[in-house]
Design a protein around this ligand. Sequence first.
Ligand code: MG
Length: 204
Amino acid sequence: MIKLPIEINAVKGFLHPEEGEILYRSCLEIASLGPALEVGSYCGKSTIYLGLACLENNNTLYAIDHHRGSEEHQPGEGYHDKELFDVKRNQMDSFSEFRKNIEMAGLSDTVIPIVSSSEAVARNWVGPLGMVFIDGGHSMEAALKDYRSWSCHLRKGGFLAIHDIFLDPSEGGQAPHEIMKLALSSGLFVEIRRVRTLVVLERI
Ligand code: MG
């Protein structure tokens, strides 16, 4: 079991500890291939698991999130959190909560926050990556963009992890599942790990 430097249950987010453990272990394995990148950091729960693996290996994690919340985080939606709503500006803002958690976990020099849409960052991205974790917007359009923007930067042997895979549509949205199927049918990826709603594919 991974030893976490902070009380992970106090960090807001939707990642199960067993999923976090798999992210951590997978990220440990790819350190020699290149940095890790996640799309959709929210308050930093997955960032902490991935970041700790990077810290152990002197690797780097790029953590992309516009911090304005996904569709489901907006006022009136199912996953809205009033504590993350900036009343003055009338918009979601998860960045200060994210930064607090990353600092408390001792990951300030390991995790590089990129406060932006994933699409804008991808436009000029050039470096190869060891691992990509997609947990951004869950609309079909957003998930497809993330998959197309980032899976192409993975080195051979690198990992593509995707969160919120629901095989049964009655349990949750299908966009993450759809991009997983796209990746597998491309012939460029094979599934190596799955726990709960997290899947890890290897770029072959
Ligand atoms: Mg998720």
